[in-house]
Ligand binder design. Structure first.
Ligand code: GDP
Length: 154
């Protein structure tokens, strides 16, 4: 069976749920008291999808605020736009960007309207998925969609 290796790096404000998303995907569990990531952590997970093995190499980041102290006080949606700008300027070409609107289980405290997020994602050709690491909503789908968007190298 063919094996694809996919490098994934999570970016975003502290507290938005990056480590929880990785934990849900890799271990299929949720820890409400998850330890803050120090520096960066690395995990892998291999899943079978449509007769291929997809091996995700996942870097979870932390401490970006030191680099981007400028943006920290902004709301996560505007911070996201700054991340995308940084990625486009300094990241590799042809990078696949996926936006996870996490904590969609918290229906009473919605900060970003789904329509606005979708429109923004469309405008930059990014994947957009509303996720909940807590309730396991769309986490596997997020990673599979990333894999589907990354062209095969063979
Ligand atoms: P990170 O700093 O972006 O890595 O965020 P964490 O994964 O450490 O999560 C920050 C806080 O948000 C923790 O208290 C998590 O339990 C909580 N959290 C993460 N994902 C979800 C989610 O999908 N729903 C809810 N309700 N809480 C979440």
């Amino acid at each position: 069976m063919a094996l694809r290796e996919l490098k994934v790096c999570l970016l975003g404000d502290t507290g938005v749920g990056k480590s929880s998303i990785v934990w849900r995907f890799v271990e299929d569990s949720f820890d409400p008291n998850i330890n803050p990531t120090i520096g960066a952590s690395f995990m892998t997970k291999t899943v079978q999808y449509q007769n291929e093995l997809h091996k995700f190499l996942i870097w979870d980041t932390a401490g970006q605020e030191r680099l981007l102290s400028f943006f920290v006080l902004q709301e996560t949606f505007s911070t996201l736009k700054n991340w995308v700008k940084e990625l486009r300027q300094h990241g590799p070409p042809n990078i696949v960007v996926a936006i996870a609107g996490n904590k969609c289980d918290l229906i009473d405290v919605r900060e970003v309207m789904e329509r606005d997020a979708k429109d923004y994602a469309d405008s930059i050709h990014a994947i957009f998925v509303e996720t909940s690491a807590k309730n396991a909503i769309n986490i596997n789908e997020l990673f599979i969609e990333i894999s589907r968007r990354i062209p095969s190298t063979d």
